[in-house]
Each structure stands twice: as C-alpha cells, then as structure tokens.
Design a protein around this ligand. Structure first.
Ligand code: KIV
Ligand code: NA
Length: 267
C-alpha cells in the first residue's frame, strides 16, 4: 500500500496520482484490481448511493458504515474517508471524537475535510499531531453549497484566486498530506500545484494537478442522470444494467429462465 511519502514522491517524480471514489465492497474491490493509487470514500455517497439531495444530509454513521465496506474490498489501497457535514465544526473535542471514530472503525489511511478557516487549520494540525493524515479540500466545497449559492466554479477572479492560493499554502503548513482542488480554473490549479509540495488532486481543475479524482458512479454512468462538464464516463451502466434487468424479467415472464441448466434434479 502507498503511504504519504510515496504520494509526495509521485509528485516530485511527476507521476500522476489516480483516485476514484468507492462506497461499498464491490466498487472498492474493482478499484484495487484496477490499481488506482487512492480511494476516496466521499460524502458524495449521500447523493450517488443513498439518494440524498446533497452531502449536507450525510452522517458520521454513514461514513463509518460505507468506509468499513470499502476497506474490506480494498485492504491494500490508500483510502481517504470524508468527514461529513458539521462533524468537525461544533468544537475541537467533538471533531476529534468524530475523526477518531471514523479513522479507527474504518481502518482508513487518511481523513478529508473541507475548507481553510482558522478553525479548520487548527483541526488539521490537531489531527496530524494525533497521527491522522489529513487531505484538505479547497475550491468548490460541496458541504458549503448553501453558502456558496450553488455548485459553481471557484477562484475565477484575481482576489478569489489569491485567497485560494494562500489557503493552499496554509493547509500545507498545518500538516495536510494532499489537497483536493474542486472546480477551479485550470490556470489557478496549476499555480497552486507549483506552489505547494503536497500533491494536488483535481476534479474539474484541469490537467496540471498532480492527480485526478472522479466519482465512481460518474465514470460508470451508474444511477446518475446529468453529468457535470468535468466528468468523463468510461462505461454506461445505466443502459447496460437496465438492459440486463429487462432481459431477466422477460426471460422469467416467457419461461425461458430457469432452464434445466439452472435447475437441480432429484436422484
Ligand atoms: O465526496 C466526494 O466524492 C468528493 C470528491 C468529489 C472530491 O469529495
Ligand atoms: Na466530498
């Protein structure tokens, strides 16, 4: 399994880092078999596998439940688990307790948290000191979608870009081991990537990040109807999965299944 030093080395050697989300045993197993470098148990699981409206509804228990299944499927892949909405904002004590629960119960290698406020920076430091590697997340931070006013590209103007660049340096200074950049202009992502020595993992952030992350269900076109501009799909399980189920239904209705091939016989 890769460790945080390997990830840093990959950045230095300009070897791209691949990350994909996984939320359960089979998707994690596939990710490990496909030799992805890192798995993210994203709180996007709220939308893509639980059918919630946004990540705001996701609970610590959801992350633990799914994180455990993922680690069972991918025991040898560096796995990051998202801390969900409001699980690291109430107090440092509450945040540390939630982090310990998620980290210990899932067997993950790292936790991801969004933002770079003073409280968040302090929390990154506290987790790092306690032995929990932190992946930071800047740009579009979906847990703040109601404050940001929608899923929009972040850091487009000069002031916002300067702020994001400064925040990236701050999360690094406070101990973050990697940085997810979501929905930021390609030029800004490149500037951030050149300005920090921790790997940047982009999603909707152009080619010049140290690595890329995509949501499993977006790659597979599985249960998702509208795909954002930054997604590339590599399969169409919406079509193939529905076709398979229709064929099964039709076989049963027409008595084409089960045949003797799928039946048991008495002696
Ligand atoms: O929850 C998630 O899937 C994420 C990625 C989009 C980075 O945070
Ligand atoms: Na997330």
């Amino acid at each position: 399994m890769l460790n945080v030093l390997d990830l840093k080395k990959m950045k230095q050697n300009e070897e791209k880092i691949t990350m994909v989300t996984a939320y359960d045993y089979p998707s994690a197993k596939q990710a490990e078999q496909a030799e992805v470098d890192m798995i993210l148990v994203g709180d996007s699981l709220g939308m893509v596998v639980l059918g919630y409206e946004s990540t705001v509804e996701v609970k610590v228990e959801d992350m633990v439940h799914h994180g455990k299944a993922v680690k069972r499927g991918a025991p040898n892949t560096f796995t990051v688990v998202d801390m969900p909405f409001m699980s690291y904002h109430i107090s440092v004590e509450d945040a540390l307790r939630n982090a310990a629960k998620i980290f210990q119960e899932t067997n993950a290698q790292s936790l991801k948290i969004e933002g770079a406020s003073e409280e968040i920076l302090l929390f990154i430091r506290r987790l790092t000191d306690a032995g929990i590697p932190v992946v930071a997340h800047l740009g579009l931070t979906p847990q703040s979608v109601n404050v940001l006013g929608g899923f929009k590209v972040q850091g487009k103007d000069k002031a916002a870009a300067q702020k994001l660049l400064a925040d990236a340096k701050k999360v690094q200074e406070h101990g973050a081991v990697a940085l997810v950049l979501e929905c930021v202009p390609k030029e800004l992502a490149e500037m951030v990537t050149e300005s920090v020595n921790i790997p940047t993992i982009g999603i909707g952030a152009g080619l010049n990040c140290d690595g890329q992350v995509l949501v499993y269900h977006d790659i597979m076109k599985y249960g998702v109807d509208r795909l954002p501009k930054f997604v590339k799909s590599y399969a169409d399980f919406n079509v193939q999965g529905t076709q398979a189920l229709k064929a099964y239904v039709s076989d049963v209705k027409q008595e084409r299944f089960p045949t003797d091939e799928h039946s048991f016989f008495s002696k």
